[in-house]
Design a protein around this ligand. Structure first.
Ligand SMILES: [Zn+2]
Length: 190
């Protein structure tokens, strides 16, 4: 067990991010191993807006009838703010295929999960603030793990069950990694 109790503090170091700590995050986890080496990007499938920037909040904390929460570590709202949901193992990745430098295996052991709260299956695009916050959060976390942009993967790249997230107008995985790489090179590199 190696809970990522550093998540909120790491994100606070990014002056461009607005961070909200969800009550109870340090003890929120699934049972089982957690040794994250990479970051996995998702969309929630909930239609968000400026008036309702985090429609997926309750679900990512509490889970669904078929899947116990927490369902991610970070939730990125339509307003570009980032909620820290859980420090320990979360149900977001299932069994992972090998992807880039990341091996195949238990995705919930290997990845920190970032859910972007929008609904591409309903035709919704993420906001630009949301995409920017997602890339900064991914850069902050993957560098804290001691790794570079190639360790940021999309769920569509690791899923063994046909997941396609983050979809719609979200940057394609390679383009997203390049944006994360910019933040690593220009902001996080010591
Ligand atoms: Zn996903």
């Amino acid at each position: 067990m190696a809970d990522a109790t550093w998540l909120a503090q790491r994100l606070y170091r990014d002056e461009f991010l607005t961070v909200i700590e969800q009550s109870g995050l340090r003890s929120r986890r699934r049972p089982g191993s957690f040794a994250p080496a990479g970051v996995l990007m998702h969309h929630t499938g909930y239609r968000s807006s400026n008036a309702d920037p985090f429609p997926g909040l309750s679900t990512v904390i509490n889970g669904r009838p078929d899947l116990s929460g927490p369902l991610c570590h970070l939730l990125v709202g339509y307003n570009g703010k980032v909620r820290v949901i859980a420090a320990g193992r979360a149900n977001h990745a299932n069994t992972a295929r090998a992807s880039g430098p990341m091996p195949a295996g238990d995705g919930n052991t290997m990845y920190i999960g970032i859910e972007v709260d929008y609904a591409p299956q309903l035709g919704q695009a993420p906001s630009s603030a949301q995409v920017n916050a997602a890339m900064q959060a991914a850069a902050a976390v993957v560098t804290r793990l001691g790794r570079g942009k190639r360790y940021v993967r999309a769920h569509a790249e690791t899923s063994t069950t046909g997941k396609w997230d983050p979809g719609g107008a979200f940057p394609a995985p390679g383009a997203f990694r390049d944006k994360v790489g910019w933040w690593i090179n220009n902001y996080w590199r010591p």
